[in-house]
Design a binder for this molecule. Structure first.
Ligand SMILES: Cc1ncc(COP(=O)(O)O)c(C=O)c1O
Length: 411
């Protein structure tokens, strides 16, 4: 590799640290939150429904159910699918651990699938192999790592053949599009090739709610179960009441205090303050995604000088990615340096970085409880992965600074 000589600059960006990801909050976002705080509700109020309507419209789904965070959304998805003790699910090994842990806490056993070592995404053959090891599966939790998606149609077809539901963990992929066999572009979250899609609105994601998450679906029955799973499993619908003597007054009018427990669930609600911020941010999604794509294109061009030691993760054919993260693969072995050392040097020079992800099947809990054998694609992806700063308020000068600093830290 012919890396340019390293001159640590304190350039365009004095006293500035570029994290690997961060929120972009503007004055109108702050005004929207302040407005919500002047309202009558700090918990479930009008902003919750407004956010859900707007999110469903944005991703072209029939229903969106907003909740406390992406982990809660995964748990609600598991509950909506009635996963529990005795259920088995397939989860790709490269993901945030919540993709496995939330449905596991609902009772499901997890079988990990391998991934493409160059994109981090589960391939159809990885799913077939995992299904063979599992014997059967009730659901496949497919993960759109970095905001990219793989072959959704084939994955959905394989899952269907095995009688398994598909949940898209789209926490990285709000704003991503998929070009299907018929040439149509489908939004991730529209659920054309999934039953449910799960989103996170953590500050490093495409839009921020502080903490926040949602599940989208086109199935009214799933939507109903998701709302139960969000709110204690309770109903206030008189039509659904079964303890008639307690539920209704002598004249047949429902008692005003009365509600019934359908099945015990948690409180996974999002509040009006979160949803006011989410609604304001959702209006900016197109702009944020366009900016991320432009910055990623600038990275692609500038990083060409560092090939073959540094390469962007492989882009998939059918995907119009929202690029939640800008991940590169670095051949640390050929470089003769360690990732930890490079990350520490980057940090010292004002550049944040992160690894997405340590393969979940190697986490001590899952290694003890869910023997996956070796998953070489996931291991190879993990060994080389590094996420560089990417967020909508970055400039091209920031990208140049990151690439030059990286070149210096590798030299
Ligand atoms: C792929 C993936 N799934 C699930 C989650 C969980 O989302 P949250 O942090 O909102 O609970 C995250 C968040 O980092 C994620 O990246």
């Amino acid at each position: 590799m012919s890396a340019p000589a390293f001159r640590p600059r304190q350039p365009a960006l004095p006293n500035r640290f570029l994290p690997y990801g961060r929120q972009v909050i503007e004055e109108d976002d702050i005004a929207a939150v302040a407005e919500a705080m002047r309202g009558d509700f700090l918990t479930t109020g009008p902003y919750v429904g407004r956010f859900e309507t707007q999110l469903a419209k944005t991703v072209a789904a029939n229903h969106a159910v907003v909740c406390a965070n992406g982990t809660a959304a995964l748990h609600m998805a598991a509950r909506a699918l009635r996963l529990g003790p005795g259920s088995k699910i397939i989860v790709p090994a490269i993901t945030f651990m919540a993709t496995a842990s939330a449905p596991h806490l609902a009772g499901a056993d997890v079988v990990f699938a391998d991934v493409d070592p160059n994109s981090g995404l589960m391939r159809p053959q990885d799913l077939v192999d995992a299904l063979k090891r599992a014997g059967h599966a009730d659901a496949v939790f497919n993960v759109h790592v970095n905001g990219q998606c793989g072959d959704l149609e084939e994955i959905a077809a394989i899952a269907r053949t095995h009688g398994a539901h598909v949940v898209d963990d789209a926490c990285h992929a709000l704003g991503t599009g998929y070009v299907s066999d018929d040439g149509h572009v489908t939004s991730i979250g529209a659920n054309r090739f999934a039953d449910l899609s799960v989103f996170s609105f953590h500050p490093v994601k495409a839009i921020a709610m502080g903490e926040g998450g949602a599940v989208t679906t086109n199935d009214p029955e799933f939507a109903k179960r998701l709302t139960f799973a969000r709110n204690h499993g309770m109903t206030r619908d008189p039509e659904a009441f079964t303890n008639i003597a307690d539920a209704f007054d002598a004249d047949g009018v429902p008692n005003p205090w009365y509600y019934e427990l359908v099945e015990p669930e948690f409180n996974w609600r999002a509040n009006d303050i979160q949803c006011a911020l989410g609604l304001s941010q959702l209006g900016k999604l197109g702009r944020f995604v366009a900016r991320r794509r432009a910055l990623a294109a600038a990275y692609d061009t500038k990083l060409a000088a560092l090939a073959p030691i540094v390469r962007p993760v492989a882009r998939t054919r059918r995907c119009l990615p929202a690029l939640h993260l800008y991940a590169v693969l670095i051949d640390f072995e050929a470089l003769g340096s360690s990732r930890g050392r490079v990350m520490r040097r980057l940090q010292q020079h004002g550049v944040g970085s992160q690894v997405h992800y340590y393969p979940v099947y190697r986490q001590p809990y899952y290694a003890q409880h869910h023997d996956a054998g070796a998953l070489p694609g996931a291991d190879l992806y993990y060994e080389r992965a590094l996420s560089l700063p990417l967020y909508a308020s970055m400039t091209e000068a920031d990208v140049t600074f990151v690439v030059e600093t990286l070149a210096g830290c590798l030299a």
